[in-house]
Design a protein around this ligand. Structure first.
Ligand code: PGA
Length: 254
């Protein structure tokens, strides 16, 4: 059976102390009841990683990842953070290809392919984001657009490497807007993503890869997405900044 995951993307929010408080509140609320079905992954700022790691129990109740890493292993890249640095403070996952990085930093498929390879080489599992623009969906091109993103950034990987990747379908027009696709549209996209992976690798591999939905997913609508058989969890932005709403989403993953 595929893992069920909830990934909290805090983006550039919360100062050091507020981040610690939020991580602590999430931990307390999760520990207060039966262990969740979902694996919970927090993606705080780089600044928070080590301190949050020291708060967490050794159980895998909550794991940590980063929101980005550099494509090179190390060297003269002032101000950047490498995959091995992230691994050394306890991160085991890294978000790659988020639409905000594509848009504001011009990250393209070639660069993202490089980042994915570097992350894997240093023990980080990539959470690879894909998703179409509103105009692409209106033009009926959402599925081929996403298929091309996957092909260009991921299909250089070996099957063993690909088995480490987590996919997140995040339509750009749904991120931070309060608008979402319907659960049927999400299910259709996830099916298309899985069959693209199956064609490139194998049906067995495709069945193992978690595919998350992200984009204005919150405590009110999460269960409608999680009810889709192809949806293995969520990538949550603004609704992950309050412990109660994040935990409510985590509890909806059955
Ligand atoms: P949102 O962000 O939940 O605030 O729409 C999701 C994301 O960008 O990962």
């Amino acid at each position: 059976m595929r893992s069920k995951l909830i990934v909290a993307n805090w983006k550039m929010n919360l100062d050091f102390w507020a981040g610690l408080q939020l991580a602590n509140a999430i931990l307390q609320q999760l520990q207060a009841q039966a262990p969740p079905v979902a694996q919970v992954i927090l993606l705080p700022s780089y600044l928070h990683l080590q301190a949050i790691k020291s708060l967490l129990p050794t159980s895998d109740l909550i794991q940590l990842g980063a929101q980005n890493c550099h494509e090179q292993a190390g060297g003269a890249f002032t101000g950047e953070i490498s995959a091995s640095m992230l691994h050394s403070v306890g991160a085991r996952f890294v978000l790659i290809g988020h639409s905000e990085r594509r848009e504001h930093w011009g990250e393209n498929e070639v660069l993202l392919a490089h980042k994915v390879t570097t992350a894997l080489a240093h023990g980080l599992r990539p959470i690879f984001c894909c998703g179409e623009y509103g105009a692409t969906r209106e033009a009926g091109q959402a599925i081929p657009f996403v298929q091309q993103q996957l092909a260009e950034s991921l299909f250089h990987l070996t099957a063993t490497e690909m088995a480490q990747v987590i996919l997140a379908y995040e339509p750009v027009w749904a991120i931070g807007t309060g608008r979402t696709p319907t659960p049927d549209e999400v299910q259709a996209m996830h099916q298309a993503i899985r069959s693209t992976v199956a064609q490139q690798y194998s049906a067995t591999l495709a069945q193992q890869i978690p595919i998350l939905y992200g984009g204005s997913c919150n405590a009110q609508n999460a269960s409608s997405f999680f009810a889709c058989s192809e949806v293995d969890g969520g990538l949550i932005g603004s609704a992950s900044l309050q412990a109660a709403s994040l935990v409510a989403i985590i509890r909806q993953l059955l």
